[in-house]
Write a protein that binds this ligand. Structure first.
Ligand code: ZN
Length: 359
């Protein structure tokens, strides 16, 4: 583990230097650039966020059977992407909007869903959610979540879009989520309730420790690219057992052990930055682990990198307090631009292969 950690550090430094040298306009890795301010995106609660690498576990959550259509059978059995000691990704200077990246106004599945369906008993009205979501930008989506979380915290729920009519509309016209959320499997995190949203609005991927492997990345690509959800939230939470297990240093058997390995780089950074242990360490590691997941996602998914670079998708971190229910918004990864620049040029197969080789 010590060697693995050392490699992680070397990898991060190597990546940072490579990216920095490749582009004078790339944010200097150290110190990490601050997240972009946003009217609806509170100041990022930055922890020492160095992009660290990690491994992957995963019991992929299959939110939708369609998400598996393009699943790469070769990646199913592999545990995780991980540190790439010397595989400094090649930045691609070009980077303009990629033709493969769904444009905000391009015809997409939503359009298809909005078309009259001869089999449908109900059609979405002009002002239906299905149509509204098509024009919802990331900032508007984030605002909806923030407002919904305030209702969750205060107990003044509206439970929007949960009735029979809504279910029928979504069943007939197709789902129209405006946000993708990757979070932990913890049962104290009922995602739609935390954000007080309804049916067909939140495309959720849940896995212990909100770690990222090919299955999670593929599901997220589906939500952002095919379902056109233009906001992605990677959300950790207080009292996370997976992070606490990683902090304990205990050797865990079976698949749980493999999963927790993905969190260890975050724990190492938290130890370095805080010098603490116990609850303080766990708290810091929970935030570091959110950044770890964002890092692993961008590293695993060149497709998502393209969507982020084109502005089609906004990725923000968050931590939910399972006691109060309040979500703390962390903003974008402090190294996001540099990471996107570094990973965007790779193809998915190579990204996964390198991740697995370094595992
Ligand atoms: Zn958890």
């Amino acid at each position: 583990m010590a060697l693995k950690t050392a490699w992680n550090v070397i990898s991060v430094v190597g990546l940072a230097l490579t990216v920095h040298a490749a582009s004078a306009s790339t944010p200097t890795p150290n110190p990490a650039p601050a997240p972009k301010p946003s009217a609806v995106n509170p100041p990022a609660a930055k922890t020492a966020a160095k992009p660290a690498t990690r491994n992957e576990p995963k019991g992929a959550t299959k939110s939708d059977a369609k998400a598996n259509v393009k699943a790469d059978a070769n990646t199913d059995a592999k545990p995780e992407p991980k540190p790439e000691p010397n595989a400094a990704p090649k930045p691609t200077p070009d980077a303009g909007p990629n033709p493969d990246t769904p444009a905000a106004d391009a015809p997409d599945e939503h359009d298809a869903h909005a078309q009259p369906d001869p089999k449908a008993d109900t059609q979405p009205a002009p002002d239906s959610h299905a149509n509204v979501v098509k024009s919802m930008d990331p900032e508007a989506a984030l605002k909806l979540l923030q407002e919904g979380n305030e209702r969750w915290v205060s107990g003044k729920f509206e439970n929007p879009n949960t009735g029979t009519e809504r279910r029928q509309e979504q069943a007939n016209a197709g789902q129209t989520p405006f946000v993708t959320v990757l979070t932990c499997a913890d049962s104290r995190l009922p995602v739609e309730r935390v954000f007080d949203r309804g049916v067909g609005e939140v495309f959720v991927i849940r896995v212990a420790g909100n770690v990222v492997g090919p299955h999670e990345a593929g599901t997220i690509e589906y939500g952002a690219g095919h379902l056109n959800a233009r906001l992605l939230v990677v959300m950790g939470h207080t009292k996370c057992g997976a992070v606490a297990a990683a902090c304990s240093g205990a050797k865990l058997e079976g698949n749980v052990g493999a999963l927790v390995e993905n969190i260890r780089p975050a724990v190492d950074r938290a130890k370095t930055s805080t010098g603490a242990d116990g609850a303080t360490l766990t708290s810091a590691a929970i935030k570091e682990n959110v950044w770890q997941s964002v890092f692993d996602l961008l590293r695993t998914s060149p497709e998502l990198c393209k969507m982020v670079k084109s502005g089609h998708v906004k990725v923000v971190g968050a931590v939910c307090d399972v006691s109060s229910g309040k979500v703390e918004w962390m903003g974008e990864h402090p190294w996001q631009d540099a990471l996107v620049q570094a990973f965007i040029g790779r193809d998915t197969a190579t990204a996964n292969a390198q991740s697995q080789d370094s595992h």
